[in-house]
Write a protein that binds this ligand. Structure first.
Ligand code: COS
Length: 388
């Protein structure tokens, strides 16, 4: 399986797997039941460098690129979607926005402590009226001398309540829309006027937190503009491209665990005097799922390679997210079906995995939005715009 990975990447996988199995797996069920973010384990991940995997060493990162980060996301996804979500929101979109859009000074000041895991990041785009329609945000940033005054409410923000540094998308010119009218800002949690509102009580990924962030007359220095003024929509879309790829990697991990568990159960569970693995109906489910997992693995690592070799990858990241989440959902559905009534019981972890899987079809852009992104990208190659 690892034939094309470098020695360093293979070592990283071993380290991430060992960490995931030793530190995360044993608490996966408890953090779901207690609806608790395991900050102690996040700290241990930081000590190993796992909170800065793709970022260059000069900014406190591991320098392992997107391939390295996908490896870590896959290994974490195997044991806990909650934990993979915490790390994904921190690295994949929160800190990533600073890496992609930030200037040298911002990278030194903000990315470095994030990559070292001394601080935690969140990515604040979504609002009550702006989910799939990201450009419909209402959060406003108005210039006041050397500052911008931010007002608005961000919703469903992963890590919202634990983040020290929040990348925020706000409207700076309502007449211009996503082309020039939206600017990205780096907001410190400690700035006066930043408040945490409602904490979501969720169906799954309950070991991660999802919070409302309220911004009331928050004074943000103009040095904290992320990327060119008016280009915040692009910075955020580019960050989402990265996040979508690594979400696909986490789904790859989750799907493999579901397949393994389904097979172990099918080999052990006897009905009609023999293991149910002897039944063709079970074999077909397993064969089909294993094939899709292999296809997903190829898609994820090829896309990561495109990123690391600086080639266009937007459409492939959307494919990773869409296909990955659908394979993961199918995998947990098959595992639960094979477990039967046992899988529906909270005594077994399959029930938790089933609840955890659904969100990947929704967050970081619904799978319907991913289909639009893929189709638009494909038609653009033919010189055709499929939207007005
Ligand atoms: N990379 C670089 N630029 C991008 C881009 C990307 N991935 N996606 C869009 N842009 C650019 C476009 O090229 C366009 O500029 P030009 O017309 O000059 O080329 C500009 O941004 C506006 O793009 P578009 O017209 O496609 O904007 P829309 O408002 O129609 O929105 C979608 C596009 C639907 C794709 C976007 O709103 C989206 O991704 N929505 C989902 C949001 C999401 O993922 N939410 C999850 C919550 S955050 S975890």
């Amino acid at each position: 399986m690892d034939f094309s990975f470098s020695k360093e990447h293979q070592m990283l996988r071993r380290m991430a797997r060992e960490f995931a199995e030793r530190e995360v797996l044993p608490i996966a069920k408890a953090i779901d039941e207690e609806h608790r973010v395991p900050m102690d384990v996040v700290k241990k991940a930081a000590e190993l460098g796992l909170l800065g995997v793709p970022f260059p060493q000069k900014y406190g990162g591991m320098g392992a690129g997107e391939i390295g980060y996908c490896i870590v996301a896959e290994e974490l996804g195997k044991v806990s979607s909650s934990f993979a979500t915490i790390i994904g929101a921190h690295i994949g979109i929160g800190a990533m926005a600073i890496y992609l859009g930030g200037n040298e000074e911002q990278k030194k000041k903000y990315l470095t402590p994030l990559a070292r895991g001394e601080k935690i990041a969140a990515f604040a785009l979504t609002e009550a009226g702006a989910g799939s329609d990201a450009a419909a945000i209402k959060t406003r940033a108005v210039r006041d001398g050397n500052y911008f005054i931010l007002n608005g409410t961000k919703q469903f923000i992963t890590n919202g309540d634990i983040a020290d540094i929040i990348t925020v998308m706000a409207v700076t010119d309502p007449s211009l829309g996503p082309r020039g009218g939206i600017t990205a800002f780096i907001v410190e949690r400690e700035y006066p006027g930043v408040r945490i509102g409602k904490l979501e009580d969720k169906m799954g990924i309950r070991g991660s937190s999802t919070a409302e962030i309220i911004l009331e007359d928050v004074r943000v220095p103009k040095e904290n503009i992320l990327g060119p003024f008016g280009a915040g929509f692009i910075v955020f879309m580019q960050s989402l491209d990265m996040g979508r790829l690594t979400l696909g990697a986490a789904c790859l991990g989750g799907a493999q665990t579901a397949l393994r568990m389904a097979m172990e159960w099918a080999a052990m569970r006897e009905q009609f005097g023999e293991p149910i693995a002897h039944k063709q109906s079970i074999q077909w489910m397993i064969a089909e799922l294993a094939t899709e997992i292999e296809a997903l693995r190829s898609l994820v690592y090829r896309t990561a390679w495109l990123v690391d070799t600086r080639q266009p990858f937007t459409r492939y990241a959307a494919m990773c997210k869409m296909y990955g989440s659908e394979v993961a959902s199918k995998a947990v559905n098959i595992a639960l079906q094979i477990y039967g009534a046992m899988g529906y019981s909270r005594d077994f972890v399959v029930e938790l995995m089933y609840r955890d899987a659904k969100i990947a079809e929704i967050y970081e852009g619904t799978n319907e939005i991913q289909r639009i992104v893929i189709a638009e990208n494909l038609f653009r190659d033919f010189g055709v715009r499929i939207r007005p």
